[in-house]
Design a protein around this ligand. Structure first.
Ligand code: FE
Length: 206
């Protein structure tokens, strides 16, 4: 993987982080917001608001076979069809999980992430432990996330970088045949699009 993570990429990211920290300190110091409020906003972007775009992409792919085909062929283009622009200068590749193949995504060198569709990366994604172990012991890492895969399932780990970022198209769970595209959006959670979780079947309506 030549050209992976040039210094400019990392430098830019650190500067953005510093500016963000400085801004946060100022807001807290002036009593404008509390750190709790900031934490809540960050959490919302990590878990809910950010990954919504990805959830829409997944639900469309589950309900429209032509779209699914376009998505797997050229993720950047198909995602742009729904109005979500790729990270500048980087391509988004979509990997389909099936009963036979499980894909998961990591950035071993820093924290490259498909933010236009998933928002901010969660803290664990940026952690040294995840970055170093995902490639070497993917099954152990998945099991820590509560995902036990059968020995017969092939696990593929994809290392993101500033040029190519990956998103997983999770399997559509059983029992969702009658659900609308909009209802399906609500089922799709962030971790399933990073490939560290599956989407459980919805509880049957009582
Ligand atoms: Fe990175």
């Amino acid at each position: 993987m030549s050209g992976h993570h040039d210094d400019g990429h990392t430098h830019e990211q650190n500067e953005a982080e510093l500016r963000t920290k400085a801004l946060e300190s100022l807001l807290v110091e002036k009593g404008i917001v509390s750190t709790d409020v900031i934490d809540d906003v960050v959490r919302a972007y990590e878990q809910d608001i950010g990954p919504m775009n990805g959830a829409k992409v997944v639900a469309r792919a589950w309900t429209d076979p032509d779209y699914r085909e376009r998505l797997l062929k050229d993720g950047t283009m198909a995602i742009a069809e729904l109005g979500f622009q790729g990270a500048q200068g980087s391509e988004i590749v979509v990997l389909e999980n099936t009963p036979e193949t499980h894909n998961m995504v990591v950035c071993t060198l820093c924290s490259c992430y498909p933010w236009p569709i998933l928002g901010l990366p969660p803290t664990w994604y940026k952690s040294e432990a995840y970055r170093s172990r995902a490639v070497i012991q993917p099954r152990a890492v998945l099991s820590e996330f509560g995902l036990e895969l059968d020995e017969s399932v092939e696990v593929r780990v994809w290392d993101s970088n500033s040029d190519v970022r990956y998103m997983v198209l999770p399997e559509r769970p059983e029992g969702t045949e009658a659900m609308s595209e909009e209802e399906l959006v609500g089922l799709v959670k962030r971790d399933s699009m990073i490939g560290v979780a599956k989407i459980p079947s919805p509880a049957p309506a009582v």
